[in-house]
Design a protein around this ligand. Structure first.
Ligand code: EPU
Length: 435
């Protein structure tokens, strides 16, 4: 496969070099003095800039097409004076040629179910992504982030990209609001903690969620009344077929409950390389959840509550209810809370008046799947090396050595039982590989 992007250009009669990274993205190397470059990232958000990218693409006068080798030679004639260090925007592959064959990948997932990939490549830059898209392209491609939402039911007979694009860069700051760009490979929790340290607030309710930053918008992760979409500014992703870098604003992401366009119409078409967040030093606190309020009160933190205190409380609640994946393999909630009609709710309430539910958009209701599974008698159930967590029935666990197929068999049985007992079909939140 050959991809359409990046493309290399030079300004005629001047040293300026360009990489066109997508239909709206250009990186420019502008000369400074005799020996330095200043690097600019251009994102064409308005028509004149979009037009400028089109002209660069077409190579209209005074722009010259270059092949990559000439481009590199010209680039190396100067050194970079001040680079715009947006995570991952390096011009060259940083890992080229380093596929690891027949690699064990279980330890890269929080479930820890053993499995192998035909080959795996650790991605550190956009250029790495594009290189890997074209290499060994007869093999199917799977992208692995923090591995916290995947169950390996079988070996993966294909290429695996392990996302490790790092870096955190503040791009705007008006004294209160900041926009911060984060590499897709950063750990979600480490990023939330870093943001709090910097006084960039708004993500504190999402502390301790396992996984990577790049995966967070895919399923619009959420907890305690906050979802990623509430603080999401934009993301950039590389198209798997063309190599084009494109920006997704919130509307284009079509966020829903544990859902986005990347799980629907754009599924498996993109590799998310970085995500930008809008945070505020004076972000309003989200403490409306009963458990958060009572935990704040019991610590005497219910007055003058700080964002950091909310994060502490969220971490304590999660630690008391959810197994730590470093100790017991799991992927958080295995199932989504099912959204059903009011009629279905009324039918369930005839036998189970105490069923837990919440209002959902479009007039339906969201049932607490943990409650359904718990009342069906599964909580704490252990089968071989896997089971249902004894504090939160929505979480399936691998006590050590369970295979993905065994965990999936248990999940399947639970789903059938919930259909039998309540007439409700549970849908896994966790992606199954190999089914
Ligand atoms: N419940 C039970 N038994 C259980 C678990 C829950 O009866 O074993 C009842 C609880 O008593 C409560 C209700 O079910 O009345 C809801 O439980 P909880 O507040 O723990 O939240 P959840 O709906 O089970 C969701 C998210 C979690 C998130 C929490 C807190 C989903 C699929 N899960 O769980 O997210 O931490 O809310 O906001 O939406 C994750 O996605 O991995 C995750 C952990």
């Amino acid at each position: 496969m050959s991809i359409d992007y990046p493309q290399f250009r030079k300004l005629e009669g001047a040293p300026n070099l360009y990489i066109i990274e997508g239909p709206k993205h250009v990186t420019e190397w502008q000369p400074m003095g005799d020996s330095k470059w200043v690097v600019h990232q251009h994102y064409a958000s308005d028509y004149p800039r979009y037009q400028w990218v089109s002209e660069l693409l077409q190579g209209d006068d005074p722009v010259r097409f270059l092949n990559v080798d000439t481009w590199k030679r010209l680039l190396n004639e100067r050194s970079v004076a001040s680079a715009d260090e947006i995570p991952g925007r390096t011009p060259y592959p940083t890992n080229q040629g380093l596929w690891r064959d027949n690699a064990p990948v279980g330890a890269l997932t929080t479930f820890g179910a053993e499995a192998r990939a035909s080959c795996i490549f650790e991605v550190k830059s956009d250029a790495d992504v594009r290189w890997a898209l074209q290499d060994r392209d007869e093999l199917p491609l799977m992208v692995l982030g923090g591995g916290s939402n995947v169950l390996m039911c079988q070996d993966w007979a294909g290429r695996m990209l392990h996302m490790n694009i790092l870096g955190i860069q503040k791009v705007t700051d008006d004294g209160n609001a900041v926009e911060v760009v984060v590499g897709a490979g950063e750990s979600w929790h480490a990023w939330v903690m870093h943001a709090l340290e910097c006084g960039w607030n708004g993500l504190e309710n999402l502390a301790l969620i396992p996984g990577s930053v790049g995966a967070s918008p895919m399923q619009n992760i959420g907890a305690y009344g906050v979802e990623v979409k509430d603080r999401f500014a934009w993301l950039e992703a590389i198209h798997r077929d063309t190599g084009a870098l494109e920006r997704f604003e919130p509307k284009r992401c079509a966020f829903g409950y544990r859902d986005s366009v990347f799980k629907q119409s754009e599924k498996e078409k993109w590799v998310i390389v970085r995500v930008a967040f809008s945070l505020e030093r004076t972000a309003p606190l989200n403490t409306q959840y009963g458990v958060i309020q009572s935990e704040l009160q019991s610590r005497g933190w219910d007055r003058g509550t700080t964002h950091r205190q909310v994060a502490e409380v969220v971490m304590a609640i999660r630690q008391s209810k959810l197994p730590d994946p470093r100790e017991i393999g799991n992927a958080g909630s295995f199932f989504k809370n099912p959204v059903v009609s009011k009629e279905v709710l009324a039918r369930i309430q005839r036998n189970h008046p105490e069923v837990v539910y919440y209002p959902a958009p479009d007039g339906g209701v969201k049932l607490a799947a943990g409650w359904l599974i718990d009342r069906a008698g599964w909580k704490g159930h252990q089968r071989g090396a896997c089971g249902v967590h004894d504090q939160q029935a929505l979480v399936l666990v691998n006590y050590g050595g369970a295979t993905g197929a065994e965990i999936w068999a248990l999940a399947h049985e639970i789903m059938e039982d919930i259909v039998d007992k309540y007439g409700v079909q549970l849908v896994p939140e966790v992606n199954q590989v190999g089914l």
